[in-house]
Design a protein around this ligand. Structure first.
Ligand code: PEP
Length: 252
């Protein structure tokens, strides 16, 4: 099954306006300058979405947010709805990132609810899952991922509206990565869990990204694995050259 790779940048809580606009313009120019056989997504902080949308005009780069609320509107101080995101030109949102699961105590149930609301509003989701270092040491990686797929991925998920990102928490921002064999083993197990939940046809088409210290030097190895369909990139997405070199190396 050929799945088009998705190269996605998660800018997290970085970049003021001038910095973010300059970065988006540089990425846009580099993407326009050559032919890529992959899809691109960048997810800046909420404050920059409107400005970055303008920088991406005329490119194939999709715009995404880093979270969303499940309600359509109303008394949810500080939150952002799916319709607010689509109104700004977003076509994706990340949900269930480990930094939200940990810092904001987000549960699988909440993430599932957010995904349903996003899909109903026409937003695609990147649903993040992954084990802690302790869970990995205890041999629980696959069980944790299966449980997170079961709990976080809604029954309405399709290969079009949902992308899974496997992000071992101990690999995020640490420079450490699992071995290629470990990554492939977990991705294959995730696809099996998706098959059980959504059926073979959907699971075979659904993209499963790897995230956690992806950089130009390890992209070729990690992204050539059979069940790895792209990358969710944190730190390296803040440098246009690194982000683009990951895309170049991953489609070699
Ligand atoms: C992330 O947080 O989504 C991530 C993968 O970060 P980094 O690439 O910096 O490890």
């Amino acid at each position: 099954m050929v799945r088009k790779k998705l190269i996605a940048g998660n800018w997290k809580m970085n970049c003021l306006q001038a910095e973010g606009i300059a970065l988006a313009k540089e990425v846009a120019a580099k993407v326009k300058a050559q032919k890529f056989d992959c899809d691109f997504l960048i997810c800046p902080p909420f404050t920059l979405l409107g400005a970055i949308k303008k920088c991406l005009r005329g490119t194939k780069i999709a715009l995404g947010a880093q979270d969303v609320h499940f309600a359509e509107k109303g008394a949810h101080t500080g939150d952002i709805s799916s319709l607010m995101l689509t109104d700004l030109g977003c076509t994706y949102t990340i949900i269930g990132h480990s930094e939200r699961r940990v810092d904001h105590f987000e549960s699988n149930e909440l993430i599932n609810k957010k995904a349903v609301a996003a899909h109903q509003a026409g937003l695609n989701t990147v649903i993040c899952i992954g084990e802690t270092g302790e869970e990995r040491d205890a041999g629980k990686t696959i069980k944790v991922c299966q449980d997170e797929i079961d709990g976080s991925v809604p029954n309405d998920a399709t290969a079009k509206n949902t992308v899974i990102a496997y992000e071992p928490i101990w690999a995020i921002g640490t420079g450490k990565t699992p071995t290629a064999a470990d990554v492939e083993e977990v991705h294959a197990a995730i696809r099996k869990a998706l098959t059980k939940k959504l059926g073979k046809a959907t699971a075979n088409k659904m993209r499963i990204l790897y995230g956690g210290s992806v950089k130009p030097s390890n992209a070729a190895e990690l992204l050539s694995l059979p069940d790895v369909d792209g990358a969710l990139i944190g730190g390296a997405s803040l440098k246009a050259e690194d982000f683009i070199n990951i895309a170049i190396n991953s489609t070699k």
